[in-house]
Design a protein around this ligand. Structure first.
Ligand code: UDP
Ligand code: MG
Length: 312
């Protein structure tokens, strides 16, 4: 029988998981002729998520689970889930029911009957989200789509249904700095987009702080484009040009009026400005260097402390 895998990263989701499983069971019962496996990845939760998972496994035979030795982040959890999935199709979804399982039948239909390889979902609204977060999210999508050749869809969620070739393509990418939204786009494949209204999480709290999202967006940019490096080179050229012009002006003025002390203020301004630009560019270089450093260490993406079945 064909298998549908659901990959669900869970970090402090003890309240949401029971609702999630209830909803999933309701939806998958409707889909005939397909067996469902739900892979829960406990991403080093600080609450009793793992106990809840073990308990749920007793009542739901479709559950398989992995538990990390500490919190490795959602991206690593998704990767571990994809690696463990056996499905002909694999869906990645959140545990908080913000990715409605009720969309699954429609998504499956797009792959099985309409000839798509992937189905993505996007929110048509951002209701329930702080306005400041929506504003910066929109700015981020504008910026990254300007500077990167991998185009991201604004409002796209990580909720995706992937065919086996797409899952294998994602698994073939060994990079440590994983930005799923970009990786999904990068692998290509025919993708259908389904829109839905934003729903608020069923229980528990969001794991994203503003600072966390900011770092994540820098990660996205640095992982998918090197254009900031070109920007820094262009800035360098621009300021070299300005400084040559200023220098010529100063030499001429000195020859004509001999009053060099009056240039003190402009000098300090120029020095401050230039050192600012230099630090900015160094910062950009630093970001790429740091990414290279983490990549070449080749550390594993995650460490599994416990799993529901013996090691494969
Ligand atoms: N998550 C995770 N590891 C983390 C942070 C989050 O596995 O370090 C999971 C979390 O349990 C949830 C999903 O990622 O299933 C999305 O997190 P959340 O709902 O907090 O994000 P939001 O929906 O607010 O963007
Ligand atoms: Mg959520």
């Amino acid at each position: 029988m064909a298998i549908l895998s659901l990959v669900v990263p869970c970090y402090n989701e003890k309240e949401a998981l029971p609702y999630f499983m209830e909803e999933v069971e309701k939806v998958t019962k409707e889909i005939k002729g397909i067996e469902t496996e739900v892979i829960l990845i406990n991403d080093g939760s600080k609450d009793e998520t793992i106990e809840v998972i073990r308990e749920l496994k007793k009542s739901y035979s479709c559950i398989r689970y992995l538990s990390f030795s500490r919190n490795f982040g959602k991206e690593s959890a998704i990767l571990a889930g994809l690696a463990a999935s056996r499905g002909d199709w694999t869906a990645v979804m959140d545990a908080d029911l913000q990715d409605p399982p009720s969309l699954l039948p429609e998504m499956l239909k797009a792959i099985r009957e309409e000839g798509y390889d992937c189905v993505g979902t996007r929110r048509s609204t951002r209701t329930g989200e702080p306005p400041i977060r929506s504003f910066f999210a929109r700015m981020f999508y504008k910026l990254i789509n300007k500077v990167s050749s991998t185009k991201l869809v604004d409002g796209a969620r990580d909720f995706k249904l992937l065919s086996r070739p797409a899952v294998d393509a994602l698994l073939s990418m060994p990079e440590v700095n994983r930005f799923s939204k970009g990786l999904y786009e990068w692998i290509g494949f025919r993708t259908k987009w389904i829109e839905f209204k934003n729903v608020e999480r069923v229980a528990g709290e969001t794991k994203w702080s503003f600072w966390g999202l900011f770092k994540y967006s820098i990660e996205g940019i640095v992982s998918f484009t090197t254009s900031p490096l070109i920007l820094s080179a262009l800035l360098g050229i621009l300021f070299m040009f300005i400084s040559i012009v200023t220098l010529l002006f100063l030499i001429v003025r000195q020859l004509m009026y001999h009053n060099s002390v009056s240039g003190w203020t402009s000098m300090v301004c120029i020095i401050l400005l230039l050192s600012g630009v230099q630090l900015f560019c160094l910062g950009i270089f630093g970001q790429y260097l740091a990414k290279m450093y983490t990549e070449i260490k080749r550390r594993p993406h995650y460490i599994i402390a416990e799993r529901s079945e013996p090691d494969k």
